[in-house]
Design a protein around this ligand. Structure first.
Ligand code: PMP
Length: 385
């Protein structure tokens, strides 16, 4: 805790002493699995570019064409005059993709979550959240000033207890695929509980959309849940879609309301129209990518089977997020460093991002990887073990 501004150097020193000081890894090459880090070739297992679209030629071409046609910047917020036909077409296409009446595009997922929760909820209301939800969801409910109740990770029984304690409007919020564990929320059970208690369910499927389900429909689509089961569906566009931004999809009236009241939508410059154009191209590719998703699933199976032979603890995940639970911060950093010296980039995730004692290597797999890439990671892990 920072008690006085003069404490800043001491607080930084303490963070270093606890091995919790965060450093940025500098990419000198493109965001792809074979890249350059600090000028050295590196095989990366860190990005959320699950389908390998961040460097797709057709998306890049569409982006440059749209920059030539519409310029580099939106120049204003959506409600002033930064709202472009490309944004609107993207919203319509995202609504159709998710089977919702309407969608609203935000500049980032963090802002979407802040805006949606704080616009809909207020003092006297209750937001109920999974213990492992993404920081942006927690921050959104704090901003709303509603009461925040948390339930044990992926535990519908504890969720029901929380629902019984709720007052005012109640919004239940969950990640679809949990970003640090890779497991999936039990959406069907959750949506039934929400309906029984008159609560709304909001799912942030940042890591599921594009990755899970036929045509990349995400966890919500895979569970067959519609707009009344999940009135608020958030997706991000900087992960499987390979571009940037986010959206919320739902009933037309809900989206109209958010357009009026979501402050992180209203009081910020719209994303460049060219990014929206590029995302429209990405959306077409995501829908057509069933073969790519099948390849990715084979890589996931191969990795899990391989780790099964090694002295590392896997987590119950069938998604491209395949963390290896290590425990202590120092052990996680040591492993990550060992991999890096051998040309493999795998980030160590430490508290406060994950609970104390649960430091891990967050391995993320991408369709850009080959089977040989997975085997190289497995062989190197075996050497380090
Ligand atoms: N939700 C989840 C579950 C996430 O993992 C992230 C980003 N890692 C976000 C929201 C934020 O999205 P963005 O990066 O577009 O701000």
């Amino acid at each position: 805790m920072l008690k006085a501004f003069s404490d800043i150097p001491r607080v930084l020193e303490e963070r270093r002493a606890q091995s919790l000081y965060r450093e940025r890894t500098r990419l000198d090459g493109a965001q792809q699995v074979h890249t350059l880090i600090d000028g050295r070739p590196m095989l990366s297992f860190c990005s959320n570019d699950y389908l390998g679209l961040a460097n797709h030629r057709a998306i890049a071409r569409r982006l440059t064409e749209a920059v030539a046609a519409h310029g580099t910047g939106a120049g204003a917020s959506h409600l002033v005059n930064g709202h472009h036909a490309e944004h609107e077409a993207l919203e319509d296409e995202l609504a159709a993709f998710t089977g919702r009446e309407a969608a609203l595009v935000f500049s980032t997922g963090y802002m979407a979550n802040l805006g949606v929760i704080s616009a809909l909820m207020g003092r006297g209301d209750t937001v109920v959240q999974d213990k492992l939800n993404h920081a942006s969801l927690i921050d959104g409910s704090q901003l709303s000033q509603a009461r925040l109740l948390r339930y044990r990770h992926n535990d519908p029984i504890h969720l029901e207890e929380r629902l019984k304690q709720a007052q005012g409007k109640c919004l239940v919020v969950t990640d679809g695929v949990f970003s640090m564990d890779g497991d999936c929320a039990q959406l069907k059970a959750m949506s039934e509980l929400c309906q029984a208690h008159g609560a709304w369910l909001m799912v942030d499927d940042a890591h599921g959309l594009g990755v899970l389900g036929d045509q990349g429909q995400g966890l919500v689509g895979q569970c067959g849940l519609n707009e009344s089961d999940v009135p608020l569906l958030v997706g991000t566009l900087g992960k499987a879609f390979g571009t940037a931004g986010a959206f919320v999809a739902g009933r037309r009236s809900t989206i109209d309301y958010l357009l009026q009241y979501a402050r992180s939508y209203i009081y910020t410059t719209a994303a460049p129209p060219a990014v929206a154009a590029a995302t429209r191209e990405a959306l077409v590719l995501v829908e057509q990518a069933d073969d790519t998703r099948a390849h990715l699933n084979r890589l996931i199976q191969r990795f899990r089977q391989g780790v099964g032979q090694l002295p590392f603890e896997l987590m119950p995940s069938h998604t491209p997020i395949q963390p290896l639970l290590v425990g202590s911060v120092d052990a996680a950093l040591h492993l990550s460093q060992g991999l890096r010296e051998r040309g493999l980039l795998v980030t160590a995730i430490r508290p406060p991002t994950v609970p104390v004692g649960e430091a891990r290597l967050r391995v993320t797999l991408s369709a850009g990887h080959s089977e040989a890439d997975i085997d190289r990671l497995l062989n190197t892990l075996e050497d380090l073990a």
